[in-house]
Design a protein around this ligand. Structure first.
Ligand code: MN
Length: 234
């Protein structure tokens, strides 16, 4: 017996606007890279693992568009921003080489990996998964996607974040430990990457807390900037 009728309304796929395109990018999965900038790993009390990158994930439903105001999330008193360079995958790949990895990139966006740091740290201390700290509603902020040909080569661009008028994070994409090509190739050893997948490539040093009323603004040179306003807790 088979049926195509769902029991209840199927949630809509999040759509991310694309620069110069009428059509939007539909989000399938969100992979996030841990400790991909040495100075951020150090501020968290770790060294970068040069053997291999590691990942956690967020549900696609965590996507929130740049320009949003979100409620201060439940269950935390230490919400952190993490400014990140986001890779949008535009073609399928499985076990792709670093040499070929660039061919499956659709484009890039600026993003925020919002983190309930207190819950993440508690999980780390008990050697438990990070889901409560990382994979929650409104935790994956993303700006307009810029096609890769418009952006050009990844490396020299500055990545920076301000809370209000105060610069908190300021680095360059060339500071990443694992390159975009290396991340794609490595992830594709474990997953069949498909169009709609996003990779949040990690954050540089300078992460910190935000509170209700704060306005976050982030920039990656060559991409549309992002903003996020923190509202009151629900
Ligand atoms: Mn992150």
């Amino acid at each position: 017996m088979s049926t195509t009728k769902a029991l209840f309304e199927v949630p809509a796929t999040p759509l991310v606007p694309v620069k110069g395109e009428a059509a939007a990018f539909p989000v399938h999965r969100i992979f996030c890279v841990g400790r991909n900038y040495a100075d951020h790993a150090a501020e968290m009390g770790h060294e970068v693992d040069r053997e291999a990158p590691f990942y956690f994930t967020k549900p696609a439903s965590a996507i929130v568009p740049s320009g949003s105001e979100i409620p201060y999330p439940p269950g935390t008193s230490n919400l952190h921003y993490e400014m990140e360079f986001v890779v949008a995958i535009g073609a399928p790949a499985f076990r792709i080489s670093t040499e070929d990895a660039g061919s499956i990139v659709y484009g890039y966006a600026a993003g925020l990996d919002m983190t309930r740091r207190d819950l993440q740290n508690a999980a780390k201390a008990k050697q438990r998964p990070w889901s409560l700290g990382k994979a929650f509603e409104n935790s994956a902020v993303i700006g307009e996607i810029t096609p890769k040909a418009v952006f050009g080569t990844v490396g020299p661009q500055r990545i920076s974040l301000k809370v209000g008028d105060v610069v908190k994070q300021d680095a360059h994409l060339s500071d990443m430990v694992w390159s975009v090509a290396e991340l794609i190739s490595h992830l594709s050893q474990y997953y069949h990457l498909v169009p709609g997948d996003l990779i949040y490539t990690g954050t540089p040093a300078g992460v910190g807390p935000v509170v209700a009323g704060d306005r976050i603004s982030g920039e990656v040179e060559g991409l549309s900037p992002i903003t996020l306003v923190l509202g009151a807790a629900e």
